[in-house]
Design a protein around this ligand. Sequence first.
Ligand SMILES: [Zn+2]
Ligand SMILES: [Zn+2]
Length: 347
Amino acid sequence: MKGTFFLGSDSVKKFEVREMGNLGDSLGPHDVLVKNMAAGICGTDVHIYLGEKGSAEVTPPVVLGHEYSGIVEKVGSSVTDIRVGDHVTVDPNMYCGRCRPCRMGRKQNCENLFALGVNVNGGFAEYSVCPDTQCYKLNDDVSFDAGAMSEPLSCILHGADLAELSSGESVLVIGGGTIGLIMAQVMKLSGASTVIVSEPVEMRRGIALSLGVDYVIDPLNSNLSDEIRRITGRDGVDKVIECVGNKSAARDAISSADLGGTVLFFSVPKTDATIELPLFDVYKKELKIIGSMINPDTYQRAVNLINSGRIILEPLITHTYPKEKLEEAIRMQMSAESIKVVVHPND
Ligand SMILES: [Zn+2]
Ligand SMILES: [Zn+2]
């Protein structure tokens, strides 16, 4: 059983395929051995690769890949509801249950958060071991690529919950990458009257429209606020969701909110990123500005939506790579040519 280990962002060689032994030989009573079929590359993997602080502290050498799906190969002696042959996706995030945030109902801020594919070997390997509590069953007709997107979808559902969309409200999603294009679909499913996606890459705008987004805006070749006024007849929208992670997107997000609007900063920015806030607008418009961190208690809902086919994921997967080409895959994820890059560890 082989895996592609991350050796550290300052290591000369960043990745190495290593032998992991037979992981099935040492399963604990509640462990599940998964044959990893698909593992998505996330913005967090890119942050880790570049040595930037993301949402989790990485501990190399470790197999990255926290968005993955596969087939159950073997289960521990006390596992009852997961069976050999089940198709599953794995919630990577694990919480201590002992720290103050955990006990205040804020496990996303757990002081001892640890995650498969960050501190424990994850998806970019032929096999992985996880506790049965982290395994969720996929329908057999769901592709492994789609199943691997349960993790980002679960994070998006948490953000969408915080944005508190009421049916009939208008939404602007800034950024048409994987997150933006799933978020736009969730907003539509949740009853938005109008969903607009702002995205400079033409290929992504085309896919946004094919997924049922009502309007797309090219922010480089048109004026965002003029376009919003043309579409909505208003100077802003009710909910703005920022899914890019740079300053100009953040400024656009604030300026695109209508009276009583909500701005959700969903992207993972650099740790020292700042913008100036137009305080008078915040006051006069009664703006709500909110952040969102990972996926507390939303994983089952994400799996339900994927199993029922309500969210369209396949068109977002633009590239697939074997585990031996992980570094190439991460570089492709950083390129505007791609939307979602997925690794197939057993190819
Ligand atoms: Zn992720
Ligand atoms: Zn905790």
